[in-house]
Design a protein around this ligand. Sequence first.
Ligand SMILES: Nc1ncnc2c1ncn2[C@@H]1O[C@H](COP(=O)(O)OP(=O)(O)OP(=O)(O)O)[C@@H](O)[C@H]1O
Length: 290
Amino acid sequence: MDAVLGWLQINVLSWLKPPKTIQVIDIVQIALIAWLVYRMILWMKNTRAYTLLRGILFILAFVVLANLLNMEVIVWLMGNLSVVAFTAVVIIFQPELRKALEQMGHSNFVNSLMAINRSPEENKRFSDHTVSELVRACFEMSEVKTGALIVLERETHLYEYENTGIPLDAVVSSQLLVNIFEHNTPLHDGAVIIRENRIAAATCYLPLSDNMDLSKKLGTRHRAGVGISEQSDCFVLIVSEETGAVSYAQSGRLHAAVSPSELRRALQEAQKIYDDSARILKKGRKRNGI
Ligand SMILES: Nc1ncnc2c1ncn2[C@@H]1O[C@H](COP(=O)(O)OP(=O)(O)OP(=O)(O)O)[C@@H](O)[C@H]1O
């Protein structure tokens, strides 16, 4: 016990001594580090890195124990392996790290810094061409009563739901969407998730809404569409297999049986990048019946 306390005194408590003076720059540094740690935890939650973190914590606990018990060989070995291990982690998690850096570049803060150089087309979340293809696909499927569920990602990332489906990474086109939702094809079940102008994944499983105000006539496709729009700021397109009606859900609210022009208008609104997403989400939580 004395050994443990002694070790803690030297290695941990000595660090925790408050500095004699605190300057503004110290507060800025603390805030920056806290923000970085928070972003890293968020990133880890959405990637395989969470499993890695648990592994690293286990190894750290082992190293601390080895230190306490004066296991010099193990401590020496771990110290020398740490550089190799760090390089290995960077190589293994290269796709996740790249994605994280890309996300950082897409963040609101960076976007607002860069906004000055953007063309009107760049200020849109997805292109006018994508909007046209989506409207065309929905109403073509509506005519032949093909059921469809399409989620357009906006500010909130949908990786959690995307991971339940089959990755596609294909350019959005009405033909491809009609093909995906064609009956008796492997990809027709579940939802398609669209990120910017690409279909990220198909057959995704979405959370069902437990909104009691939703019509009892609506089945799970519509409930899933409303459900994901309650959890994020996404825009959801739904084509009913039963009636052929095209609806969209946003902020937990279902806009049932809309016309092509109504759908286009709503999509054009959802296209805008600098919407106040938090405001939309808050508004949507006031659930609405249909
Ligand atoms: N949680 C879910 N996530 C994604 N897709 C789902 C989910 N639940 C159901 N679906 C899709 O909805 C289909 C079932 O639709 P269902 O008939 O129950 O819904 P509906 O709202 O009545 O729609 P429709 O008017 O098209 O019949 C499933 O085959 C599946 O493709």
